[in-house]
Design a protein around this ligand. Structure first.
Ligand code: TYM
Length: 344
């Protein structure tokens, strides 16, 4: 067996993936490919927890897969797959539902926020973190690299893993660790630095930068970014100066420079206008090769299908055995399953 730590993470194929997703999650996934054993998943079942237009969901699922590859996820190094292609995810969710107290789900802040925006709340929305728990536990992931907003869900996955282990067989599941990036764990909206950059606000002009936005659109969004009237280009924890802090954080996450070097790069700036243009230009330069590679990939559906079939087969090889072992532990008869008892 490989000595490498196992990594699992996922992203929803809804709306357009934005700079927050890229800097908070995907960039970190790309950078850990050589040192870890990675599973990256386009979580289409999670997308169904709020109403979707079927044709659009299908299209966005394929587009997101192509975009992840364009960002640098290499399907020959990492297992990249669509969640619904591996039946064990839905099965694990059901099995884990049967060990998860309802009160644990009612406490999830993302559920409360999302539920407040829905007229009719679907059962799947409440159950969303259990599906996510199954995603992680099926692969015995040691590490789950996510943005700050997913931290509570990964902590729940830990609690469910511990509970399952205590009930059935310890240590059946690896108890996963959440990995939050040191910078850009919470990229804020450019139009409102008090709220997280999010797909659900992407319809608001100037809120998010989508990875496939045209350069002039990106420049326009940054130029309109909300700042303050202190006129000082420096990192700050002051909520009033969150806009400038966010711009510097984006610059820092892309360049990898320490704070003083980032501030030094803007020492000669004539004001916030120069800061906004400087960050916009860096983002445009970073996204240009991603966009070019994406255009190639999306024009070759057969190659995308091949990559997806390869990813599904690799993921299935791990997940199917684990879910069978879960079933066995929980008292189900696994077809042809005498071998399962020793599957772990
Ligand atoms: P999703 O699709 O909302 O977001 C994908 C990743 O992007 C991060 N992110 C951000 N990071 C920094 N700043 C932001 N403004 C920002 N917005 C989003 C998210 O934290 C996430 O890492 N439930 C998950 C998907 C999922 C998953 C999993 C993740 C399903 N199963 C198992 C890890 C492990 C979600 O909806 O992410």
């Amino acid at each position: 067996m490989s000595e490498k730590k196992v990594v699992f993470s996922g992203i929803q194929p809804t709306g357009t993936i934005h700079l927050g997703n890229y800097l908070g999650a995907v960039q970190g996934w790309v950078n850990r490919q050589d040192t870890k054993d990675n599973f990256f998943c386009v979580v289409d079942l999670h997308a169904l927890t709020v109403p979707q237009e079927p044709d659009l969901l299908r299209q966005q699922t394929r587009e997101l897969t192509a975009l992840l590859i364009a960002c640098g996820i290499d399907p020959d190094k990492s297992t990249l797959f669509i969640q619904s292609h591996v039946a064990a995810h839905a099965e694990a969710c059901w099995l884990l539902n049967c060990v998860t107290p309802l009160g644990w789900l009612h406490r999830m802040t993302q559920y409360k926020d999302k539920a407040a925006k829905q007229e009719s709340i679907l059962t799947g929305l409440l159950d969303y973190p259990v599906l996510m728990t199954g995603d992680i536990l099926l692969y015995d992931a040691h590490e789950v690299p996510v943005g700050d907003d997913q931290k509570q869900h990964v902590e729940l996955a830990r609690d469910i893993a511990i509970r399952f282990n205590n009930l059935y067989d310890s240590p059946f599941f690896v108890v996963p660790e959440v990995v939050i990036p040191p910078v850009a764990a919470r990229v804020m909206g450019l139009n409102d630095p008090a709220v997280k950059m999010s797909k659900s606000h992407s319809h608001i002009r100037g809120h998010a930068v989508a990875l496939l936005d045209e350069p002039k659109e990106i420049l326009r969004s940054f130029k309109k970014a909300v700042t303050d009237n202190h006129n000082e280009i420096a990192f700050s924890a002051d909520p009033e100066r969150a806009g400038v802090n966010n711009l510097l954080g984006i610059y820092k996450a892309i360049t990898g420079k320490p704070n003083d070097a980032v501030e030094a790069d803007f020492a000669n700036a004539r004001g916030y206008g120069d800061l906004k243009v400087g960050v916009a230009e860096l983002v445009i330069k970073t996204l240009a090769p991603i966009k070019a590679r994406y255009e190639q990939l999306i024009a070759d559906p057969a190659e995308l299908d091949r990559i997806l079939a390869q990813g599904a087969a690799q993921a299935n090889a791990v997940a199917a055995a684990k879910v069978d072992a879960m079933k066995h532990l929980m008292g189900l008869v696994v077809p042809g399953g005498a071998h399962v008892a020793s599957a772990e």
